[in-house]
Design a protein around this ligand. Sequence first.
Ligand SMILES: *Cc1c(COP(=O)(O)O)cnc(C)c1O
Ligand SMILES: [Zn+2]
Length: 419
Amino acid sequence: MPKWYLLHALLTGTFRENTTMTLTTTSSLLSDLHCSQCGSTHNAFVRQTLSSCCQAPLLCQYTIDVGSVLKAGLVTRTKSLWRYEELLPVIQPENQISLGEGFTPLLTLNRLADTYSFRHLTLKDEGLNPTGSFKARGLCMAISKAKELGEQACIIPTAGNAGVAMAAYCARAGLEAVVVMPRHTPDAFKEECIGYNANLIQVDGLINDCAAKVQELNQQGAYFDVSTLKEPYRLEGKKTMGYEIAEQLNWQLPDVIMYPTGGGTGLIGIWKAFHEMKALGWLAKEQRLPRMVAVQAENCAPVVDTYLGKQINSKQYIGKPTLANGLAVPRPIGEPLMMSVLRESGGTAIAVSEDDMLEGVSELCRHEGIFAAPEGGAIWAATKKLLHQGWLQPDEHVLLLNTGSGQKYLDNIKGKWHR
Ligand SMILES: *Cc1c(COP(=O)(O)O)cnc(C)c1O
Ligand SMILES: [Zn+2]
């Protein structure tokens, strides 16, 4: 009998009476997967990719209700994203492959707030995650699940950070890693992958060209394909940012969240987390949720163009490289989900220039001592722009997600500091 069957039996309690089996389980409340397009149910205990019904992303569902997990119990938990283990998909504790990801600091930006007449600016610094970006959250979950499902090897198309994170967690889990990356990615990303003993393949083009290469290499399905939203678990890792934001702000959510958007997992994940917390009773049902803002680079802004009605969708979008490598995703598969989040939350989408994001990086460095990735520079640039346009009010609480450390991007930033 395959292992997942035992796990499922254990989880649903059908095995308990007459067995002496002693598998330890976490208290994960995972029940099944739902197709994000038609809502049909799929098995959460076998390898899955896009839904078989609609070729759409699958979303993890949990058996939760008000009181299933008490937020008061959180205080004593481990200071990593695993503190929310009931709401995560890993069933056996020994499959939690961890490098200490998550529970990153929430910093108040007093000096920038004063300079630009904001009342309340905070920044969640995801650059402090293992491997220097928030991709660690998603990849620790996907690789933990790959191990749990008995996979031997994983493959990923990446703009940089996701590949590095996958390589690190695969090394820690003892799995083989294949990373497919654009040739123009800064060396720091490539070297780190090689250090983790990944098989690094370089492709001329952007992440969609890398995705085509992955398909070609994985025709036989030998690898667990960890492409954004083509498996259900990276999203679960990324959603923990939403849980942390709520917990760290003592359950008082900000008015606006600025999110640098590529494939959109964070945007979708945070929104999913807010809804799960309402179901759990951690947030009041009537609690107003933050307006979610998708920030992109002018060089590659498919989500902005679709949101503003300049195109029906981004299926034909042609993007150019940007200094913010993580934002160069011309045809994100999660676009319909992102549109729902932006509309439901009353948010917006905005693009910034390469020069504006460099100025953003410089200002975060100079005024606050934070060396953000260009993606982080982009959200600060976008925040100023939205204030200028009157979309943001100076007295609103704006939360910036700096998704990565600037240290990997030295090739992109060198000699371009704004003074
Ligand atoms: C990947 C990446 C993003 C975009 O994240 P998505 O979840 O793909 O939208 C933003 N910033 C950095 C630093 C990244 O590596
Ligand atoms: Zn479907």
